[in-house]
Ligand binder design. Sequence first.
Ligand SMILES: Cc1ncc(COP(=O)(O)O)c(C=O)c1O
Length: 415
Amino acid sequence: MRPIDVESTRRDFPILERSVHGRPLVYLDNAATTQKPRAVIDALVHYYENYNANIHRGIHALSEEATARYEEARLKVARFIGAPAAETIVFTRNTTESINLVAHAWGRKHLRAGDEVLLTVMEHHSNLIPWQLLARDTGAKLRFVDIDDEGRLLWDDFERLLGPRTRLVSVTHMSNVLGTINPIKDIAELAHSRGALVLVDGAQSVPHLPVDAPALDCDFMAFSAHKMLGPTGVGVLYARPGLLEEMDPFLGGGEMISRVLLEESTWNDVPWKFEAGTPNIADVIAFGAAIEYLQGLGMDAVRAHEMEITAYALEALSAVPQVTIYGPTDAEARGGVVSFNLGDLHPHDLGTVLDRFGVAVRAGHHCAQPLMRRLGCVATARASFYVYNRLEEVDTLVEGVREADRFFGHVATRA
Ligand SMILES: Cc1ncc(COP(=O)(O)O)c(C=O)c1O
């Protein structure tokens, strides 16, 4: 494995040259969305300047080129997660839409009153609300696996709640708050042995870890291009071969049909049956460039870099009096996300001070309000890392946290 050369990687990201409030930008909000390398920006511009056309329709050269590049991107995505065929990949708008697609097209077909969907208390709202809506419409019930004090799933709880009526286990691969990496292969093995399918929310794992969806044996996997160097507006749903075929359509309209009569219609082959209307052509093609970029770095190297910087951040932050860090203490058990609080200081105040240092972090509930309640806080600050982050940027983060402590010291609770 060739380690990531952070300095040369940084030169590929034009935005990293800018300053914020007179200080160099320290971008530590990668779990929300990542920055884009020149190759991705160029792919977008190249499409619009050279072969902008609608796909799957025209017989003219531009349309053929655009269709070919769009379908090539699908193949790149499939290979990136070890999927056996491009047809297992549906392009959506984001992780949220991918999960909603499954809730509608699979859930409404297969779930009956009294059936159960097993989730965990660490899910992002995107992997919670679609199931709440589904439960409301079908009479299905939701069950939730709890976590221990370090933010790891309670395996006994999982085994106990996985019952004869569980039809689906829908779980995040990596928590966007705690960083916890969940044992998907073990979860899938047990779920399958009891007749349930498994959906993996890969929004935080696919960008940061080497992920092989078939090896994990999941049935569905959802993730977003914008969290892995790609453009906004593109999401992915992977489905185990055969599953998409038996699902009902999600959205109806152009492209997803085969034959249309006034009263009824038949559907296109998968995956196009799930891509109604003109898709996000330019962004899908540029997503292909993002995947090539990540493959150039190597996902093992991405993971190794993030483990190093996370371990460094865990140590540096825990040396600051009054800082509470959430999630596993061991960098190997977690991804590059560190959520923390400084005494009783509201994370928004902390985030505002950090912003003056040029440091961009997230402050809030991170779309995981039930998890916040479970942790006994209303919000956290969150630093999240990626391929272009330097160890010294963690030093700037810690400098800002110490300054916030000095500035707001009177409200923070002394240990
Ligand atoms: C674990 C997890 N799931 C789902 C999502 C939703 O992703 P998107 O907003 O791209 O749909 C996020 C985004 O932060 C996330 O971290």
